[in-house]
Structure formats: structure tokens, C-alpha cells
Design a protein around this ligand. Sequence first.
Ligand code: FMN
Length: 284
Amino acid sequence: MTFTANPASLQTAPSHLLADRYGTAVEFGLDAAWNDSLTTLLSHRSVRAYRSDPLPAGTLETLVAAAQSAATSSNLQTWSVVAVEDAARKERLSKLANNQIHIQQAPLFLVWLADLARLSHVAQQRGLPYDGANYLEMFLMAAIDASLAAQNAVIAAESLGLSTVYIGALRNQPLAVAAELELPKRIFAVFGLCVGYADPAEIPAVKPRLSQAAVLHRETYQLETQDAAIDYYNEIMAAFYTAQQMNVVGDWAQHSSDRIANGDALRNRAHLREILQQLGFELR
Ligand SMILES: Cc1cc2nc3c(=O)[nH]c(=O)nc-3n(C[C@H](O)[C@H](O)[C@H](O)COP(=O)(O)O)c2cc1C
């Protein structure tokens, strides 16, 4: 098992990048074409400590152009983003998101929105019906659109030497987040995203993923055959937690299962359906 624990020796060779991504040497992929885009993708790590340096002028707009370059269902573009740079607003949002201090540290906090308000408004302006916006399918479409856009922004940011971390905890108190950002009905803040320069003293190692034996299926899906890969991943992650001095209770299978033990494990988010309905999503 190999981990690039020392950020000073960030790897760029494909064999090293693949080994870091899986926590062990792998034998595929190395004969295929490789390029800087793949290096950026495989080098991803979430960063939770930022320098206070501002971003260069135009960075936000570049990230949004990258986000808008993602595919979007039927070109409906059912997403938007709120860029938060005001220190007081970032602090209030961080309090709503489990006091995650990196929200305050990062110079830019992007809140990605599933946005059915704009499309409903367009129809309304034309005097056209928009009852379809009340269906679960449209909410899912908007959440997918927002996610694809956000991930494009992440890749763009990382390609520019910036770091990011998604903030799903922004869904802990959706009504308060909606009030803070003055969101109209039919808009839901899917997650936040910190963007900034990583504190060089706290760049984490690349976190290994399940081997492809678990996630890659050919022609049809197989569940039971994944067990060996999952067992091996538990070992890899145990070594990773030790190497990174992370205080994780239980192995990956245990603490991941804990997340779906019951509704209480989802905390406030167990009530998302009712909250979404209050935000104007009927989810029919
Ligand atoms: C939708 C989403 C929400 C997340 N929310 C949080 C969060 O609230 N706080 C946090 O520290 N990390 C958050 N993360 C980061 C994940 O913990 C991280 O991606 C995962 O542990 C894998 O690590 P890596 O990104 O460094 O590879 C989130 C990631 C995603 C995709």
C-alpha cells in the first residue's frame, strides 16, 4: 500500500497517480494515452485548510464559464450558483453547516443551486403552464445539473492550482440557508464549495477509492463478487487512516454502514422531503 503522505512530493507520473488513487499499485491504464487533464483529475483531494489570499481577478467568472460548459439536461440549465465572499455571510453559513471553519477561511464560497425558479418564471412570463416543475423528476434533474456544473468548476479550479471542498452540510438547515441567500421558491441549495489556496502545511494525501473490481461492471451488475474488493479496501483504508493519523472509528464498511443505520444517522437531513416541500418543491 502506498500513499503520497508528503505533499511536498506531489506525484505526477501516471503510475504514481493511479497507485495513490487505489492505495496500491495497479496494472491498468498505463498503456493508454495520458494528459494533463487526467493528472488533474487523479490528483484530486478535498482541502479543509486555506490561506487567506484572494483569488486572482476573473477567477470566479472562469470557474462559472467552466461550470456552464457542463452538459445540462435538455439545455434547460436548471441550476444557478451564489458566490459568497463577504466574511460575515461566510461566517453565518459556516455556522449553518456544522461550524466548518474552512468556509470562513476560503476566500470564495460557492453555493450550488437546483433552480426551478428561473424556468417557472420564464413560463409564467409567457403565460404558459409550468405544473411539470412540481414533479420529483424535475427536482432530480435540477440537482443533477447543479452537480455536473459544480464538478466542472472543481476541475477548473484544481487545474488552476486552487483547492476545493464540497460542503454537503449546507443541507443541515436548508430553510435558514434559503433565507440567508434570499432564495425564491423552487430553489434549493444542494451543497456549498470552498475555493481557495490550500494551506501548504495541510494538504492531505489523495484518498484511495474502492478498486475497480467493486465499481466497474461489464454488461451486467454483480453484487456478491464485490466482497473481496470491499475487504481489501477496508485494509487499504485502515492503513490510510493510520498513515494520515486520522481518528476513524471502525473500518470503512463499519463507519459507512453507520451512515445509513437509520433516519437518525441522517440527522436534520432525515426531514428533507418536508423541507423541500416548504421550499416550493412538491416532489409529486
Ligand atoms: C456532495 C458532497 C458533499 C460533501 N460535504 C462535505 C462536508 O460538508 N464537509 C467536508 O469536510 N467534506 C465534504 N465532502 C468531501 C468528502 O468528504 C470527500 O470528497 C471524500 O471524503 C473523499 O475525499 P477526497 O475528496 O479528498 O478524495 C463532500 C463531498 C461531496 C461530493
